[in-house]
Design a protein around this ligand. Structure first.
Ligand code: BES
Ligand code: MN
Length: 493
């Protein structure tokens, strides 16, 4: 089981300056923000309401986590996603949302929409989350049942999607309830909860592009990112895009005896391994012919030692790639082989393989167009297959990178809200290497809207891995921050 997270007591000012590293040492605490400023004296009312709502939030998160809402009908029945969508829709109706609907998106999944009007003339804020989750992987490798929200000895709540991103939806609910209980909603709110974010199949992106009015808003809060470190309030300002490509290699009509034929017969698995290996240089840098890979990151630095600890790299094992860790994670492409279809070790026969298949992911940094990167990756794969082996590629998912405009007024409101919710800690801005494909679509559709990424997926949450969890204190503080943000933002507007 993991160690309880340590919380920094304070951090010096914004990290937007070049190369500043994550502060480890307590700095001068900011003035208490509870008495002045747009958050006002009522910030404590918001905090008290959220605190009192935490038991209910836990029950609700448990109900939501119980849906095995993996948006892949080859792995889980669609009814699990439909159940989660219906649950979200019902929760919105119970809060008084109007026009609540589970929208059928072009990839066969559903996104749940609702609208809650605020005061006349108030700005509109769109709150985003997704109810679909990653598959649990090896369920036996979990310390607790993946689809039962379970208390850990470290105080965290364990379960698939607890942080990514069912907890993000509960965060939105908490924030809205806190505002309703403390003077009312200061803005009009649209909520959209996507049903296939984790698949990269772009259902909601395509729906949004054909219904451009639906998600129009002055400001957008994406509740699917997370703090750079648990307890360190962070807004994510850049995301990599990504693509998923299947590559299949065929060489023979059928498998052959590796003694009788091995040495001359073209082995499809060997051809696939060579092809995949061509995607890295000796240092471990990603190499795709023609793809720019020398980017550098100008913001928050990620010291090697911190990264090794967060990634739980085994003693003595080296990191891969050149440049700083921040360059590699946030400003450069990265290829990962996600799966290979070939015979498993147990039951393998001494054979030369006729066919083999892999799923390759490529992360694409801001500044590179995903369509262009896909073209280069496919061309690279097809041209690096040896021995004239037959090769076929299929793009199964994709999303554009995203880069935020942090000079916008909403960022100032968020900085103030986070400082108040986190007892004077200053907001950090950080890049993230993960992808949320809808962000770029929203930025294109609504060029004037300000887009802020916050959430519960800090490194200890271990999203996408076994034993995913959420820190309830993080949920509580982020919900307070979101409520304060909406209030402060409305006062500015
Ligand atoms: N919430 C994550 C992305 C994320 C995590 C952003 C932490 C910022 C901080 C999101 O749900 C995710 O994992 N997306 C997938 C999308 C892909 C399949 C298209 C990803 O990045 O693998
Ligand atoms: Mn995810």
């Amino acid at each position: 089981m993991q160690q309880p997270p340590s919380h920094p007591t304070a951090t010096p000012g914004s990290s937007a300056s070049s190369g500043q590293s994550v502060p480890e040492v307590p700095g001068t605490p900011a003035a208490p923000a509870d008495t002045t400023g747009a958050a006002g004296p009522a910030a404590s009312g918001i905090a008290a309401t959220v605190s009192s709502l935490m038991p209910r939030a836990k029950d609700e998160l448990a109900e939501l986590v119980a849906f095995r809402s993996v948006a892949d009908p080859e792995q889980f029945p669609r009814s699990e996603c439909e159940g989660a969508a219906a649950w979200v829709a019902q929760a919105l109706r119970a809060e008084g949302f109007q026009d609540v609907a589970a929208l059928d998106t072009p990839d066969g999944t559903q996104s749940v929409y609702g609208f809650l009007p605020g005061p006349q003339g108030a700005p509109t804020v769109l709150l985003y989350a997704h109810y679909d989750v990653q598959p649990p992987l090896d369920e036996a490798a979990w310390s607790t049942p993946p689809f039962e929200l379970t208390d850990g000895p470290d105080g965290r709540w364990y379960g698939r999607g607890s942080a990514d991103c069912k907890g993000g939806f509960v965060m939105h609910l908490l924030a809205l309830r806190a505002l309703q209980a403390n003077g009312g909603l200061p803005v009009s709110v649209k909520v959209i909860v996507e049903g296939s974010e984790e698949q990269g199949t772009g259902g909601l992106e395509r729906y949004a592009r054909t219904h451009p009015e639906l998600l129009a808003a002055d400001t957008i809060v994406i509740g699917d990112a997370g703090n750079f470190r648990c307890g360190m309030p962070t807004v994510t300002t850049s995301l990599r895009g990504m693509t998923l490509v299947r590559v299949q290699v065929d060489t023979l009509e059928g498998n052959l005896h590796s003694g009788l034929f091995g040495g001359a017969a073209p082995d499809a698995l060997a051809a696939l391994m060579r092809t995949l290996d061509s995607l890295r240089d000796a240092e471990g840098n990603t190499v795709v012919d023609g793809l720019e890979a020398g980017g550098s990151w100008e913001g928050l630095a990620y010291p090697d030692e911190d990264f090794r600890r967060d990634a739980k790299v085994l003693d003595g094992v080296g990191l891969v790639g050149g440049g700083t860790v921040s360059d590699r994670l946030w400003a450069r492409p990265a290829v990962t082989v996600l799966g290979i279809d070939c015979p498993p070790v147990v039951g393998a026969t001494p054979s030369v393989h006729a066919s083999a298949r892999a799923l390759v992911s490529l992360r694409i940094p801001p500044g590179t167009d995903t369509e262009k990167a896909i073209g280069l990756l496919v061309a690279h794969l097809e041209s690096h297959v040896p021995w004239n082996a037959r090769v076929a590629t299929e793009v199964v998912g994709q999303g554009q990178p995203f880069s935020a405009d942090t000079s916008s007024p909403a960022y100032a409101a968020m900085a103030e809200a986070l400082r108040t919710a986190y007892d004077g800690l200053e907001m950090q801005t950080a890049g993230m290497g993960g992808s949320i494909p809808l962000c770029n679509a929203l930025a294109e559709l609504y060029p004037d809207a300000e887009i802020l990424l916050i959430g519960l997926s800090e490194p200890d949450a271990r999203i996408h891995a076994v034993n995913e969890s959420v820190d309830p204190r993080e949920l509580e503080r982020m919900a307070v921050a979101e409520a304060l943000f909406l209030r402060t933002y409305a006062q500015q507007a």
